[in-house]
Design a binder for this molecule. Sequence first.
Ligand code: ZN
Length: 203
Amino acid sequence: MKFLCIGRNYVEHAKELGNEVPEEPVIFMKPQSALLQSNAPFYYPAFTNELHYECEVVLRICKNGQYIQESDAGNYYDAISVGIDFTARDIQAELKKKGLPWEKAKAWDNSAVLGKWQPIGEGLKKDDIRFSMKKNGAFVQQGHTADMIHPFDKIVSYVSQFFSLNIGDVIFTGTPKGVGACVVGDELEGFLGDESMFKLLVQ
Ligand code: ZN
């Protein structure tokens, strides 16, 4: 499996990092080795001094496909959750300055955290999903899918023009504003609506 990740999908987040709001989705990938296996400890990586959390809605791909039409995209994912796209922000800043690829900042081992999956039911309103994350018990990010620049079906369609989607792939749909640093000892808890989806201690 692979992770397909969307950058700058919320206007307020693009602004907080001083980025332009792109017309087309910004895409990057993480390999399977980026997955933090459930209940595995998360260790602060030695190569960064500025570890940032990015809490995002994630989609699970349930059907192989490429060149997917937006009108058909809803058939290609069957479950939703929240996750963390961990980012070594200091390394990313260096890479961006030099115009280099982002993998060292984004795609390292255990940089992708996934909450438990919730099957997508009939009643799901894709543009009306609240999600949030707490750090040490206080909200640090609160998002709503209505604020996404590119909604789920557009993302699935767009990425599939470049990359085949395979069963089990996961799409990170972008982070809302409120990204920030974490340190050893911090506890991060992600929510879909009011339901806790993951809890993680930085060690
Ligand atoms: Zn992200």
